[in-house]
Design a protein around this ligand. Structure first.
Ligand code: PLP
Length: 363
């Protein structure tokens, strides 16, 4: 039936993410909610991609690039900023490889808070920097890596009345748990395997907490197996030691000393899963394959989850028919420079129909 103009349709009934999952979150009746209508991101079944990987898996991607600022960070940020407002905070700060900064800047603007973001100079994709700037944050690029930026931010928040909104802020993890709830709600059950990129390790910690919370509440009757993937040049958890000068084209996960290291290991061990590494080449191949076979454009760090599943499938890891969910943590438009670099150049021609038709081999 055609929608009637002015009629309330279901899209107008959309509620803020943390309102929907309020009973699983530390919110009181009087907690203010700062929302940009985040979450409820698509869980897309990707059969064409799956058929290129393994005949054993039914593959889904949770496209977190569809959040308001283009990454999963909005789930935790709606919670962290709501609680900051509840506590009477006037200012927020974070260290970031770009996405946390973009999200903190947007939600702080929405709440009328001052925001400062500390970035590793020259290592943040341009789309992300532009977001922080547009939202009016104070953007400071330090001559160091993410781990240096985080150290500075921790020292500042210890000494000044500014709210830390990195994933060390427990409300960030609380909010990010909702990703696991949505996957279970959409599938009607948990997946067998949950694949996820690992950087500072907040997200794997949050998803595992979310699955556990649903399990304890009896919403699901089993837990998934967690598969975490780090970039090969930035794989401290895999190597078992901090990496002083981490390297990878996946700048979002270029982190040498993850804040939630122990929690990530707990998620791995309690679920009977693994945390392994994938090379930049494998990440790039997965990013391109996903975009070209399924029409889904994620940023390089996000493709680490798909690259990991491809790698494990090629090793014969998936032995029986199973469901796998890959979290695509951020949108490909965050890093267009990298996308253009890895594709063949486009063709330039005069504005002439025959020239275009010839190029298309039509004549
Ligand atoms: C796009 C993207 N993917 C993955 C990650 C890694 O998440 P976490 O640091 O919670 O492990 C980040 C973190 O910034 C990110 O921005």
């Amino acid at each position: 039936m055609m929608a009637i103009v002015g009629e309330r349709s279901s899209c107008f009934k959309r509620v803020p993410l943390i309102e929907r999952y309020r009973s699983f979150l530390p919110l009181s009746d009087s907690s203010p909610i700062v929302s940009l209508l985040e979450g409820f991101t698509p869980l897309v079944r990707v059969d064409r991609l799956a058929s290129r990987i393994s005949d054993k898996i039914t593959l889904y991607v949770k496209f977190e690039g569809m959040n308001p600022t283009g990454s999963f960070k909005d789930r935790g940020m709606t919670m962290a900023i709501s609680k900051a407002v509840e506590a009477g905070s006037k200012a927020t700060i974070c260290a970031s490889t770009g996405n946390t900064a973009a999200s903190a800047a947007a939600y702080s603007a929405r709440a009328g808070l001052v925001c400062a973001v500390i970035l590793p100079k020259g290592e943040v994709a341009l789309g992300k920097v532009s977001q922080s700037m547009m939202h009016g944050a104070k953007v400071i690029a330090v001559d160091g890596n993410f781990d240096d930026a985080l150290r500075i931010v921790l020292e500042i928040t210890e000494n000044y009345p500014i709210t830390l909104v990195n994933s060390l802020n427990p409300f960030r993890i609380e909010g990010q748990k909702t990703g696991a709830f949505e996957i279970c709600d959409d599938l009607g059950h948990p997946p067998m395997y949950h694949a996820i990129p690992v950087g500072n390790a907040g997200n794997i910690t949050a998803y595992w907490a979310g699955y556990r919370a649903y399990h304890e509440a009896g919403v699901i009757d089993r837990l998934p197996i967690m598969l975490g993937f780090q970039a090969a040049g930035s794989a401290p958890i895999v190597e078992g030691r901090p990496i002083p000068n981490p390297q990878t084209i996946a700048t979002a996960i270029r982190i040498g000393n993850p804040a939630s290291w122990k929690q990530a290991e707990a998620a791995r061990d309690e679920s009977g899963g693994l945390i392994e590494k994938v090379t930049d080449e494998e990440i790039t191949e997965a990013q391109k394959l996903l975009a070209a076979t399924e029409g889904i454009f994620c940023e390089p760090a996000s493709a680490a989850s798909v690259a990991g599943v491809i790698k494990k499938a090629s090793e014969g890891f998936f032995k029986t028919q199973c469901e796998v969910v890959c979290v695509l943590t951020g949108h490909g438009l965050k890093d267009p420079k990298r996308a253009i670099e890895i594709c063949p150049p486009f063709i330039e021609l005069p504005a002439d129909t025959d020239a275009v038709a010839r190029e298309m081999k039509l004549i």
